[in-house]
Ligand binder design. Sequence first.
Ligand code: NAD
Length: 499
Amino acid sequence: MTKRIPHLIDDSHVVSTGRSADVYNPSTGQVIAQVGLADADVLRQAIDAASAAYPAWRNTPPAKRAQIMFRFKQLLETHEAAIARLISEEHGKTLEDAAGELKRGIENVEYACAAPELLKGEYSRNVGPNIDAWSDFQPLGVVAGITPFNFPAMVPLWMYPLAIVCGNCFILKPSERTPSATLYIAELLNEAGLPKGVLNVVQGDKQVVDALIEAPQVKALSFVGSTPIAEYIYSEGTKRGKRVQALGGAKNHAVVLPDADLDNTVNALMGAAYGSCGERCMAISVVVAVGDQVADSLVDKLLPKIRGLNIGAGTSVGLDMGPLVSAAARDKVVGYIASGVEQGARLLLDGRDLKVRGNEAGFFVGGTLFDHVTPGMTIYQEEIFGPVLCIVRVASLEEAMALINAHEYGNGTCIFTRDGEAARLFCDEIEVGMVGVNVPLPVPVSYHSFGGWKRSLFGDLHAYGPDGVRFYTRRKSITQRWVKRKSHEAAQFAFPSNG
Ligand code: NAD
């Protein structure tokens, strides 16, 4: 019998008997488990558990909440190997890549350990005679997160450690394609001493997401995933008066200027384009080469490296790249490669026929490189989410920037150059939320915040860091007067001011 992956409610496993989905090992193409898909009844149990836990958790001192996060961080580090294996088995990414995403997730736990500092509030003495004013940052109540398949450890850790230290109770809906690592990590937080019901995990698909959107007890939704779903959740959630931050898809361009150090640039591009089989929202999928000479040199240097990619089952050691997450993802990428050829791009390396010995049924596509891609092509416009790098040739930095600014997505971008003036112009005027200068994957550290512009993010606040604290709290402004005993003040009918 295949394993059935449960929900986690009130610190107990709940095995639902209704609908389920197959969970694959993408390296072998085999079903390795089934995940129960929550219905309205399971979600109700989670909401009841979170609502019951909220009053006591809200009143728990931030320093005590933070102490649990210190223990959680230690447990995550102790169990790194087990977590990396769970990620790799269901996602296909290499073990080293899986450990890397966990480390970036742990950064967010470290940030959450600063809860007493983050929640100190703002205070002004004597804003008027005998009057002091301050702002408190109070929790929202029960909040929820919906996460994508591609970072089963890191993206949930962007959300609930911070939401929880801010005093909220949390319901997490992981991707049904990669549920196990997410569940295991949530169990570790309970082991670290989190009171029952403060964090609950409901497995599921659209049905439970819609129920979360509908539930009046859920005050805020954090979403990370593709743009159409992000837009849907943002519009349906805000329509119901919820706070929503919804991070969507991407098409990240790397601009290469003629003065760039091309050997370092090519190494940076290899990891950013083909790492995790291109299944990263910050993956570089377009290289904008300024000048034909740059483009030709990049092609010469990239081709042998892409041919040399060490591709295999993610759980083996020392690989560069594993498979795509599912047969559907592989077919989609293969379809994009065909469309690039049909629309006239020059296919320099074709990963479609890759077979990995011993894992012939795995969902593999090899490293693929297109040159002479133009903005009208589907492979330029849409997010491929696979190991496909497109080279676009332009004549100037201005043309490169105009191209990026015209694209519907604005998640990440980077520029490779030794010219500080060009880099500064790029940082100032590019319409993208996260920018790298000689840094291919400019994923902000946990004490900044993560988010794209344009159709890569719906909402006002970015994820984690200072924006995360604001998202998971609401400001209460308090103005207080204590008049000296026996002093009397006359009634005042004009609007109060210091004038
Ligand atoms: P997805 O949008 O298919 O799924 C994300 C989540 O939404 C999952 O939990 C899924 O169960 C749920 N979902 C799927 N369809 C739904 C529907 N119709 N209604 C309601 N909920 C639904 O995304 P994915 O394939 O898991 O992840 C890949 C996508 O996520 C890519 O587009 C990638 O760029 C994006 N992503 C963005 C970021 C970012 O920070 N901007 C980070 C990681 C991934």
